[in-house]
Design a protein around this ligand. Structure first.
Ligand SMILES: N[C@@H](CCC(=O)NCCCC(=O)O)C(=O)O
Length: 252
């Protein structure tokens, strides 16, 4: 069976005097090396894209992190420029893909911005600048020129007994990295909280009654997917779900 294909929605980035549709290489490498699938980058179109045009041709959806934030209007919050930067084209492309992948049972792994998009797509809300809340740690990206330092494993999450991801990572404390200013505030009705940080920040969810693998994590398993056991286990589980879906879609 040929390697299955996984869609990764791109960000809009501006550099070299023009606009680019971009995905950080860490997601591409983790898809290839740890999930053993073929990544297919999807352009970020502000007018949106018919999600089925993409999903008819892929066997999984990997929703990446990004330094931009989901637009507050999408979850009924006040729009403050201080909550930016925003990427409306990414929002317009990614959220319909998430909803439709869940409807169709196409395996979904949503990471950092991705878990926030998953929550908003299903009717939840986000909190911003969470480190300013009493009792909440600073989960933001460490400001350091070395990305290995910025993405260093530096906090624990506690994975719930009986959760979906406990099948792959085990229940209890798992060390992860942390690079986010926002987090889930009100979890969408269809989301089961799967892991929390010590300060109560929601760190992982799964979709209740999902037809297939449908998981979101606030940390970044892609970055160390080849060398960190929990990171690799999550990507291998996603890859296995994608292969199972592909085999059922096109029985040999
Ligand atoms: N913007 C959101 C989501 C954070 C996120 O996806 N971080 C990835 C960092 C990408 C990078 O700068 O390398 C938030 O801040 O909560």
């Amino acid at each position: 069976m040929p390697r299955p294909i996984v869609a990764i929605p791109a960000d809009i980035r501006q550099f070299d005097g023009t606009t680019w549709h971009a995905v950080q290489t860490q997601y591409v490498k983790a898809a290839i090396k740890a999930a053993e699938v073929v990544p297919l980058l999807v352009p970020a179109l502000e007018d949106g894209i018919d999600p089925d045009v993409i999903l008819d041709r892929v066997d999984g959806l990997l929703v990446s992190g990004s330094a931009t934030n989901v637009h507050p209007s999408l979850y009924g919050a006040e729009v403050r420029e201080s909550d930016g930067p925003f990427d409306p084209a990414r929002d317009a492309t990614s959220l319909p893909l998430i909803r439709r992948a869940i409807d169709r049972g196409i395996p979904l792994l949503a990471i950092c911005r991705g878990i926030q998009e998953l929550n908003v797509a299903l009717g939840g809300t986000l909190a911003t600048e969470i480190h300013e809340q009493p009792g909440i740690e600073d989960h933001r990206k460490p400001q350091h020129p070395d990305r290995d330092v910025a993405y260093a494993i530096r906090q624990d999450v506690i994975i719930a007994e009986g959760s979906c991801i406990a099948r792959y990572l085990g229940a209890g404390r798992v060390p992860v990295n942390s690079l986010h200013r926002q987090a889930i505030s009100k979890a969408a009705p269809r989301l089961q909280v799967e892991a929390l940080a010590d300060d109560g920040t929601i760190e992982a969810v799964s979709v209740i009654d999902a037809k297939g693998f449908a998981v979101g994590v606030q940390w970044h398993p892609e970055y160390w997917a080849e060398t960190d056991a929990p990171s690799r286990a999550l990507f291998e589980a996603f890859g296995d779900a994608v292969r199972d879906f592909a085999a059922r879609r096109s029985p040999s």
